[in-house]
Design a protein around this ligand. Structure first.
Ligand code: PLP
Length: 430
């Protein structure tokens, strides 16, 4: 399968090249040249297939020719070493828990899949690869963990000082080995700007091979389709109109869900659940796409003022606004509503959710007031203990720390403090 740049000013590339480059030379995001729906027989028998078999069918067409079936099966099996349970809260609302991986956020699957692709591709070439990534919290930990100890790959993570949670900071600063954490005196947007600048800096790119592990990378984006298939497998026998409410920031996850639908997965509708960074909510109302500066919220992984993957969603719907609107709704919630959502989930369902999942829940409930005959699944994208202070305060109860978190919380933090681009550059070149 080839991939083209959505800016249409760069040549088509193979899956391998798209993964190694991250972004096309014209700065466009890569998109597959064709999307072939899966056969009906697959959906009819999905209840009898294992997660690994389902994942193989879902992603096979996009990676074939570059990755042998045998390698793909191994990569999938190493990636999916934990569960993806649907927890039913009442007869028409469920939570899809995506936090059972090593760093307890849904980004583990994409990061683990991508690191294994890079390891495979690296073994076919000589040069080391440097993965450069900016994080607002969860990406850093998932990428650090997914790439830890991978030969020939160095990882450099930029995160904004004092703006990620304690647990998130520990997850990305305590691993060592091939992982370097840079603590940037600034906001997430400053980290992202430095990363973008490095990708355009010939003095760097002439010397080292850089790639990105943000959701713009196809190897991180596409495996996120798996979740929607896995939830469908668990729900389809009892529910007809399945709707997903996806807490969204950079819109990679929901875009993967829309891809799954394009492959034929019978999903009734999608809801993009947002915090006050609501450029897409506004767009669906006004047809006017207006990026805004980022606003800081308690659901920090969704603090994105200009979601990178939205352009892929536009492409999926051939830029037809009415078609997009028929498949996708969006609503936005303030921090105080988010806290109310966490409280309500706890008091009404005895369910402890993190702030992102709580927004997914609120958006699902709002949708169901209009469409009560649907079954809404909100994605619980992170474990509540990753946002311990917010959650414990909201429910006035202690949250039990899972073993994955206990394992890092007392480890020693190791980071390099930087405040300028030149400091980043000298670290990369040494
Ligand atoms: C990254 C993240 C999101 C947003 O996902 P996108 O793919 O960027 O839309 C939501 N919740 C959590 C917990 C995350 O880490």
């Amino acid at each position: 399968m080839n991939f083209y740049s959505l800016n249409k000013q760069a040549p088509e590339v193979s899956f391998k090249e798209a993964v190694l480059k991250g972004l096309a030379s014209d700065k466009g995001l890569y998109f597959p040249t064709s999307i072939k729906p899966l056969p009906n027989s697959f959906f009819e028998s999905i209840g009898d297939l294992s997660y690994e078999e389902i994942a193989f069918e879902a992603i096979h067409q996009f990676v074939t020719a570059e990755i042998s079936n045998e390698d793909l099966k191994r990569i999938i099996s190493e990636t999916l070493s934990f569960d993806f349970p649907v927890v039913t809260l009442d007869k028409n609302i469920s939570s899809l828990e995506l936090f059972h991986g090593p760093t307890m956020a849904f980004k583990d699957v994409g990061a683990r899949f991508m690191s294994r692709c890079l390891r495979l591709f690296h073994s076919e070439q000589k040069n080391d690869i440097t993965v450069l990534v900016a994080t607002s919290g969860d990406t850093g930990g998932a990428v650090a963990n997914g790439f830890l100890g991978v030969k020939g790959v160095k990882v450099v993570i930029l995160y904004p000082k004092d703006k990620v949670s304690k647990v998130q900071e520990k997850q990305l600063t305590t691993l060592g080995q091939n992982i370097t954490a840079l603590e940037v005196d600034g906001f997430f947007d400053d980290c992202q700007d430095m990363v973008k600048k490095a990708f355009l800096d010939r003095q760097i790119t002439d010397h080292i091979q850089l790639t990105s592990a943000n959701s713009i990378n196809v190897a991180r984006w596409l495996p996120q389709m798996f979740y929607f298939f896995f939830a469908y497998k668990q729900l389809y026998k009892n529910h007809k109109k399945i709707v997903f409410s996806v807490p969204s920031g950079n819109f990679g996850n929901i875009c993967a869900g829309l891809m799954a639908q394009k492959l034929g997965l019978p999903i009734h509708h999608f809801i993009a659940a947002n915090n006050t960074n609501q450029v897409v909510t506004d767009y669906l109302e006004t047809e006017n796409y207006q990026p805004k500066p980022t606003v800081q919220t308690i659901s920090n992984a969704m603090d994105v003022g200009n979601p990178s993957n939205f352009i892929r969603i536009q492409e999926l719907f051939k830029n037809e606004f009415s078609n997009l609107k028929a498949h996708l709704s969006s609503s936005s919630f303030s921090d105080s509503s988010t806290v109310e959502g966490i409280k309500e989930l706890y008091s009404d369902y005895n369910y402890i959710a993190d702030p992102h999942g709580a927004i997914g829940f609120l958006a699902a409930k709002e949708y169901q007031q209009k469409y009560p005959d649907t079954h809404c699944v909100f994605l619980e994208t992170a474990h509540p203990s990753k946002f311990l202070e917010t959650v414990e305060k909201a429910i006035d109860t202690k949250v039990e720390l899972p073993s994955q978190i206990k394992a890092v919380i007392n480890k020693e933090k190791k980071s390099i403090k930087i405040s300028t681009y030149d400091e980043l550059k000298s670290i990369l070149l040494n």
